[in-house]
Design a protein around this ligand. Structure first.
Ligand SMILES: Nc1ncnc2c1ncn2[C@@H]1O[C@H](COP(=O)(O)OP(=O)(O)OP(=O)(O)O)[C@@H](O)[C@H]1O
Ligand SMILES: [Mg+2]
Length: 254
């Protein structure tokens, strides 16, 4: 089997005549981590939502493990979506459910595992993200932002997705909580989880990304090795954007 997990070909999307994605193409191979950066409004979230089939593109092609998912899905969208883990900026946990229930509900309801099997797998996933048993019966509101986001990551990995999409997973966190979440994602990268991550954490991207793609105005304006993109960007807009990010880090903002 080829190593290609995700392929996006010439993807276009407009909202009421305003183009948001203008011919985006790239691929993610098995075990790779690709990072997307770009200014606000450049289409990063829209791109991830198209891949997760939450938003319908106007044109282009998306395939997962060599099988077409847009425009002609090879299977039901519901089943295809189970192969794609999604972690949002805001943790999106079920507030009325305990930590453990948040992670196992999908395994029981969607994957149809027995309660025992689901519980076992949920506990494993929680251990992977460093959420110990003392937190399993707590509710999201009783957890810090970093803990909540780690539970959200556990919920996604428990479903054993083919690829994980993460949309600014640390940007809603207080600065002192960013590290614990990045460490979890770093571990997943070491375990060769295939991931497509929107993030502006420069040091993290430099360390874990196989490639950085810079989106601007709905197009990939530059892509390459993290060291090239971050230290020697070619495109003037990329250069300005990276400089802005660096200034933000120096001033302690995120
Ligand atoms: N559902 C929608 N309806 C109309 N316009 C939308 C919708 N979703 C996004 N847009 C517009 O599409 C453009 C791209 O939005 P998107 O959220 O993809 O950008 P982004 O790169 O993720 O930005 P940010 O860094 O602020 O998260 C923006 O101009 C936004 O206003
Ligand atoms: Mg966004």
């Amino acid at each position: 089997m080829s190593g290609e997990i995700l392929r996006v070909d010439n993807l276009w999307k407009s909202y009421s005549e305003t183009p948001v994605l203008r011919g985006v193409s790239f691929e993610v191979l098995r075990g790779e981590v690709k990072v997307i950066m770009g200014p606000s409004g450049s289409g990063k979230s829209t791109l991830l939502r198209c891949i997760n089939l939450l938003v319908r593109p106007d044109k282009g092609r998306i395939s997962l493990e060599g099988k077409e998912v847009f425009p002609k899905p090879y299977d039901s969208i519901h089943r295809i979506r189970q192969k794609i883990g999604f972690v949002f900026q805001s943790y999106n946990l079920f507030l009325h459910m305990t930590v453990l229930d948040n992670v196992r509900v999908g395994l029981i309801k969607v994957k149809k595992l027995s309660k025992e099997e689901a519980t076992k797998r949920a506990m494993e996933a929680l251990r992977i993200v460093g959420i110990g048993p003392e937190l399993w019966n707590k509710y999201p509101a009783q957890l810090s932002g970093g803990q909540q986001q780690r539970v959200a990551i556990a919920r996604a990995i428990a479903m054993e997705p083919t690829i994980m999409l993460m949309d600014e997973p640390t940007s809603a966190l207080d600065p002192e909580l960013v590290g614990e979440v990045l460490n979890v994602i770093r571990d997943l990268a070491k375990q060769k989880m295939t991931m497509l991550i929107v993030t502006h954490e420069l040091d993290f991207a430099l360390e874990v990304a196989d490639e950085i793609m810079v989106l601007d105005g709905g197009k990939i304006v530059e892509r390459g090795k993290p060291s090239e993109i971050l230290n020697n960007p070619k495109h003037p807009r990329t250069r300005r954007f990276i400089e802005r990010l660096r200034r933000r880090v120096e001033h302690g903002h995120r």
